[in-house]
Design a protein around this ligand. Structure first.
Ligand code: SAM
Length: 276
């Protein structure tokens, strides 16, 4: 069957290169190029852009990003079995695809592109490392970060934690961190059947834009207060925050000690962190 980009269907690619999915590498492949195009489009205009993709696998999302006009695409893949399939895509789009074999958790992403180059990150992340990668991208040394947008797939439950705000059951440390530095929204869900093999849970694509001027705050201090507060999320703050200053800290920040972690806005967590 012909495909829009003239490359072979992904099922054939997977079969020809023996890419049976490995659970340990979080491999749940997207085989429908309409779906991968929908994800790539969510990122915004790609023409002339530099894009970084983690975990291209057999290349479904890679192909969509290139077909939509990304000038340069840098992919990082840990599974060497995928490299020949990715090389075929590179030949189809000469000079536009750079493949790095390696562990994305060990890569210094800021050094991949020249400073000042606008970058979009787009990825169907391996679930076992997705949250850690997200946190790494939220905590670069300087801000605004090297990326202009991130379009990332997560388990829906993680997506709900990312976009959660106060009074929401899913609100926690991740929601505070994401809300502090980014504006994030869930773009759309994908059912298990969209993947091969299907995972056990629904997935969701989350779109992030960096806040250009997040409230000034030391991230280590912010982590300290959110860790203490959400470590005992059902307790009153005067109890849960005891290890980091308790009632005195709450008084300095002007926050009622009888409140619970899940009722505090991001701004209030920042105020607490700045009063530590
Ligand atoms: N992008 C492909 C797609 O949408 O069909 C594959 C997505 S699959 C969920 C995750 C991919 O990430 C796999 O190809 C896997 O080998 C790769 N991967 C897993 N851990 C990785 C790591 N630490 N660094 C780089 N790639 C990794």
């Amino acid at each position: 069957m012909a495909t829009l980009d003239g490359l072979p269907p992904l099922r054939d690619v997977i079969q020809r290169h023996g890419l049976d999915a490995r659970k340990a590498l979080g491999q749940n492949f997207l085989l429908d190029l309409n779906i991968t195009q929908k994800i790539a489009r969510t990122a915004g205009p790609l023409a002339g852009m530099t894009v970084i993709e983690v975990g291209p696998g057999p290349g479904g999302l890679t192909r969509a990003i290139l077909a939509l006009g990304a000038e340069k695409l840098i992919v990082i893949e840990r599974d060497a079995r995928c490299l020949p399939a990715l090389a075929e895509i590179g030949e189809h789009y000469p000079g536009r695809l750079e493949v790095i074999e390696g562990d994305a958790l060990k890569i210094d992403f800021e050094t991949l592109v020249a400073p000042g180059t606008p970058v979009r990150i787009i990825a169907n992340l391996p679930y076992n490392v997705g949250t850690q990668l997200l946190i790494n991208w939220l905590l670069p040394k300087s801000w605004p970060p090297f990326w202009q947008s991130m379009t990332l797939m997560f388990q829906r439950e993680v997506g709900l934690r990312i976009v959660a705000t106060e009074e929401d059951d899913h609100y926690g440390r991740l929601g505070v961190l994401c809300g502090w530095r980014t504006q994030a929204h869930m773009a759309f869900d994908l059912p298990p059947q969209a993947f091969s093999p299907p995972p056990k849970v629904t997935s969701t694509v989350v779109q992030f834009e960096p806040r250009l001027q997040p409230l000034p705050c030391d991230v280590a201090q912010l982590e300290k207060v959110t860790q203490a507060a959400f470590g005992q999320r059902r307790k009153m703050l005067r109890q849960s925050l005891k290890p980091v200053g308790g009632e005195a800290l709450l008084a300095r920040a002007g926050i009622d000690p009888q409140r619970r972690a899940e009722t505090l806005s991001v701004e209030e967590f920042v105020t607490l962190a700045n009063n530590l």
